[in-house]
Ligand binder design. Structure first.
Ligand code: CA
Length: 523
């Protein structure tokens, strides 16, 4: 090797110095703490204006960071949402169309890419994808849905370990233990802390059993929806608070079934007298059918909110730990859920629909010095954008096959709301599955939503500006035909862009989940 002059030698020396120093410099890429729940509606978060409950710790993340008001999911159901987050791709591409497939963990996921980029990765809590977690240096996950109490969990894909206590507390304890003991301080981390709560059957923790006892919570305005003008799918779905909640959901002579003596005693002390009072009222004839429906709503929503209260408190424990250790400074903390949820809107519980309560999920994020305090954005962001976003945060390359894009310009307040995405594609596949919600796809824009129930060939069009509750289907309205044409063209374009194949899976008879609890003696 020859060098032309001393200046070249100097350049080589300086380059080498920069490389050496680069290796020794601390890795100051941000840590990512992704706190995630199952089925949490924004309507049960005070930062989103809940009229039902208070969530001071989730609110704190929003207050010190950003709240996204139009964070939409591509397919509103548990496992498909998780697969979309991990892969940054729609269901037809990642293979997780419904809750019933096993996630192919051999495919590209963002935790694997972060791991390759030098992040230490951990997955703690509810995984719900059947296959063993891949791309994690540490995993400790619930089996399937997992119970609310005394869960068995699988450590690093191998060892099954039984734990005693309330699952929300246990998952948080594990996350804190990992941060304290197992974190490699020489690397940035990705920690996914994923709760079972507030998923059905909404079993409250021992400390929240009495919450809301003396309150009567308000019902949403569409609680007694008659489904007029909607597709036939709406009335046919088996997910009504009035008729489909079963005795186990309502805690009528049926609890978790795996409680220890002390847990059982506290459970019985809470539900025993309440159920006796109900039995007495029904026997006295004090409650007609409508009053019983109102009672079911109270029991359902209170139990749901009790599981949220425990989760919020546990999020506070993690935020406190980050403050105490100084980790808060360079950690982006996110709280989100796998989809939205019905807290009685349209008379329903559960999710699945492209309607707003289940299409929109909560998403709040804090990163001190980067995300401006108290920001709010209505940009149409999505769970399909998370993989890109996390890779962007880590300064890692973006694979060309991702369907989403980095939300960082939105989070940092660098991009206007309208610039991020003008139209969003949605596709739900699980019919009949649970609740018999028809398969559908559709497009949402800033103002409109067009939905196509393709197995029954029925359409819906909603003008969200004047009809935010989506109760007035205007698809056949002559005044709306130019909008229908425009949106149909956009829907076709999105399906083509995303290369969505025709859904040729066979249909089956809808039989699931139709028989609810109607009174003592029925169970
Ligand atoms: Ca879910």
């Amino acid at each position: 090797m020859t060098f032309r002059n001393n200046a070249t030698w100097l350049a080589v020396f300086l380059t080498a110095l920069v490389v050496v120093q680069g290796c020794e410099a601390p890795d100051d890429r941000p840590n990512i703490l992704f706190i995630f729940s199952d089925d949490h509606s924004s309507a049960a978060i005070s930062a989103y204006g809940s009229v039902l409950n208070n969530t001071p710790h989730i609110d704190r993340i929003a207050r010190e960071g950003i709240r996204l008001d139009r964070y939409l999911v591509t397919n509103s159901i548990c496992a498909p949402s998780r697969a979309t987050i991990l892969t940054g791709k729609y269901s037809h591409e990642n293979g997780q169309l419904t809750n019933f497939e096993t996630f192919d963990g051999n495919q590209q996921t963002f935790p694997k890419l972060l791991q390759q980029a030098g992040y230490q990765t951990a997955m703690i809590g509810k995984w719900h994808l059947r296959s063993v977690p891949t791309g994690f240096d540490y995993s400790n996950v619930l089996i399937g849905q997992g119970p609310y109490y005394n869960p068995r969990m699988i450590l690093n894909g191998v060892d099954t370990v039984s734990h005693e206590g309330y699952t929300t507390d246990i998952v948080t304890d594990m996350a804190l233990d990992w941060l304290r003991q197992d974190r490699d301080s020489g690397k940035p981390f990705l920690a996914m802390v994923q709760h079972k709560a507030p998923h059905r059957p909404w079993d409250p923790g021992p400390d929240q059993l009495a919450l809301f006892d003396d309150e009567t919570l308000p019902q949403p305005s569409t609680f007694r929806d008659n489904y007029d003008t909607r597709s036939s799918a709406a009335a046919a779905a088996n997910m009504r608070v009035a008729t489909n909640l079963v005795a186990r959901d309502l805690k009528i002579e049926a609890g978790p079934g795996n409680l220890n003596e002390e847990q059982q005693a506290r459970w019985d002390a809470a539900y025993g007298p309440r159920n006796e009072a109900l039995r007495d009222a029904l026997e006295r004839g004090d409650m007609d059918d409508e009053a019983l429906v109102d009672w079911k709503y109270q029991r359902y929503v209170k139990d749901y909110l009790r599981t949220v209260a425990s989760m919020d408190e546990n999020i506070g424990r993690i935020l406190d730990y980050l403050e105490e250790t100084g980790l808060a400074e360079n950690t982006i903390v996110i709280y989100s859920s796998d989809q939205g949820w019905y807290l009685g809107e349209h008379g329903w519980y559960d999710k699945r629909w492209m309607f707003e309560p289940s299409l929109r999920a909560p998403f709040v994020a804090r990163w001190p010095g980067h995300i401006p305090d108290g920001s709010v954005s209505a940009a149409m962001t999505s769970n399909v954008d998370l993989a890109s976003t996390f890779l962007d945060l880590a300064g890692a390359p973006q694979p060309p096959d991702l369907h989403g894009k980095s939300m960082m310009p939105v989070l940092l307040g660098e991009e206007g709301e309208d610039a991020f995405r003008e139209s969003f594609y949605y596709h739900y596949y699980e019919y009949p599955g649970s609740h018999c919600v028809q398969r559908h796809y559709g497009v949402r824009t800033d103002r409109y939503k067009l939905i196509y129930y393709y197995e029954i060939d029925e359409w819906e069009l909603f003008d969200l500006d004047v009809d935010p509750d989506e109760v007035n289907n205007r698809y056949a309205d002559p005044a709306m035909q130019s909008i229908v044409t425009e949106l149909t063209t956009e829907l076709d374009r999105l399906r083509q862009d995303l290369d969505v194949p025709a859904d040729t899976r066979p249909m089956a008879e809808c039989t699931s989940d139709s028989a609810g609890w109607f009174g003592f003696g029925d169970e």
